[in-house]
Design a protein around this ligand. Sequence first.
Ligand code: FES
Length: 193
Amino acid sequence: MSDKHFHHKLYVKKNIDVAFSPDTLRKVESILSHYPEDQKKSALIPVLQIAQEEFGGSLNVDIMDYVASLLNITPIEVYEVATFYSQFYLDPVGKYVIEVCQTGPCAICGGEDVLHYLEQKLKIKVGETTEDKLFTLKAVECLGACGSAPVMQVNTEFYEYLNLDKIDDILETLRKESALPKPEKQTWKERLS
Ligand code: FES
């Protein structure tokens, strides 16, 4: 049997419905230009972060396939990374994703109470999003701030030494903030820093 029988081309779907805006595409191409052709995968995490922001806060198969095509890697390589890191969301999420730590010192210091209190206040269960699409609640493992337990993270913001009053204040502040006009758009570099 000749060699060609052992060779098949990797298929990477090009989804024409999913595409970065020209500006974002230029930024992504600039990131990719720092890597040799066979090492584009090294840029996967920053490109997925940009994709998640650009496409409404979460990833789906079409978006991940699109990213795979840009990096010239297989879709499965993208799925593996996107499902491994908790910073990536594979379901639609609310404007604010609340992640409550449930392990180690946080578990000892009331992480479960924090979670249950949030479920009551938001009238949703873990993994759900409020009807107004404002909050998604998640239970996560160590957020790396064990010394300040119990801890939760809302998008990129950390909230430490939580108690029920603090949670009330945080939710109220976020609700108010969400009603404000959108802030000036930051550059992608500022958003990732
Ligand atoms: S155990 Fe909660 S932040 Fe580490």
